[in-house]
Design a protein around this ligand. Sequence first.
Ligand code: HEM
Length: 509
Amino acid sequence: MLAALLLACCVYSIVSYLLDPHGLRKYPGPFFAKFTYGWLLWLGITRRRAEKIQEIHRKYGPIVRISPIQLSFSQPTAYSQIYSFNNKVTKSSFYDSFGSTGMGLKNVFTARSKTEHGQKRKLLHPLFTPQVSREFTTRTAVIMGGLLDEWETRYVAGDNDIWFDCVPWMSWMAFDEMADFIFGEPFGMIHSTSDSVSVPKNWRLAFAGRSSLEQCPPRALKLHDIVSQRETYNYFIGLLPPWLKGFGRLVLRTQARSARIFSAFVAYKVTERLAIESNSARPSDLIGRFLHKAGVQYDAFQPESLISELITILVAGSDTTKNSLIAAIYYIASSRTVQSRLQEELDDHVAGRTPTFSDIEDLPFLGACLNETLRLYSPVGLGLPRTVPESGIWISGEHFRAGTTVGVPIYTIHRDQSVWGADAEEFRPERWLQDDTVVAKFTEAFKPFSDGSTGCIGKHLALAQLRVMIAAVFRRFDVNLEDSTRPLHVEDWFVRRARECRIGIRPRK
Ligand code: HEM
């Protein structure tokens, strides 16, 4: 049976290659990538996708075939040609696996039709304005202050460093932040130093409505593990062609279950939140603002579509911010000159107190450190896959047929030496403080949040939070790396994840 399936796959792959329906045979690339999706899957398994794709661009040039129907482009100019507002490209089938497993509803991230995506985006847009983001940073500062108090109690002792891994702390902090933003209350992870959360024992009941809270008493689960398994599921199922996804689902049954449990957890939290708020209007969190803007009556509200959006937002907003902050700490701590310059700037503006967003929003060196972190680390590093529309599309002077999948890896354009110079692989915030024409050229190739109609909806929030968080850490502590010769160990999923970052802290005089 398995042998027959393998034989059928081989025959299909070779026939497709020979028929060449998308006209891709002339593009170079790794041998197996031309025939099978196995090469991309293999990159997924190695968790070094971004680095490998950069290597093959060095080897084969600016347009490389990375699967039977997928091309990767390395030139920054291709970015706007693919992702610009006016383009008719749509998200590829990669996105089908993400989102609301267990509910069958699309959200802003998974909706592939332009019309459906546009409607969802319009509804969410008022919840992520610069003003909303700015206001929320007051809460960010409080949560961050709580985290740094914990650090001071545990990891400051005389003249000796107590080395610790900041990664789990950042995970708790990012989940607490997003919980506060969405539900109006942190999960309490920093306080409990654990990512344990309550989920209904019978997760199917979480979708049943408010009464389910009494019907299904909660049990404790590790949120980080559930989210990681969900990501494994989404990522690998996303990479498979539509005809192989069913097989993938069979293999990744356990991970699929985690994805459903996570959906249930969010449904449970939303249900709980709506029950608290049914008699009063408190528009200070995302759910409150959503209901206010939409003019929704609590009692008449059908929460499924909101739950579906929040499943994405909770992960999209925590995983990215967490990893960006870890990277910022790692890079800034690895250079004494950079850290001192940042601290001098902070001392000039916020000496002796916790920084607020208005204190630091215009600080140039802080902004340069943040940009340089997002450039070099590239929290989302892959070429976001887009499908060429019926009319075809021109990219980098060549025409591509309908149905081809195209993408520009953000990690690769963030390291393009023709844009960033010979020191593109180095963390050098000063590059952002050069004159305007140089910085304008950088900005063209700087896409940490992507671009166009599907660019990050949480960009303002993320930038404001990260400014406040980085300022809070380095105003209060000198940070050292336990081993400054060790590169940051990163695993590539949809979001690039730092595995470990061991640091020591000393209170600043
Ligand atoms: C440093 C932090 C962040 C980075 C680097 C980042 C990056 C990105 C990127 C590259 C995309 C495009 C993905 C694609 O087209 O497949 C995206 C989309 C998205 N992001 Fe973020 N993000 C960050 C923070 C946030 C935050 C804080 C939120 C919400 C609280 C958020 C919510 C979303 C949503 C909902 C989308 C889908 C938008 C759409 O398809 O229209 N992100 N983000």
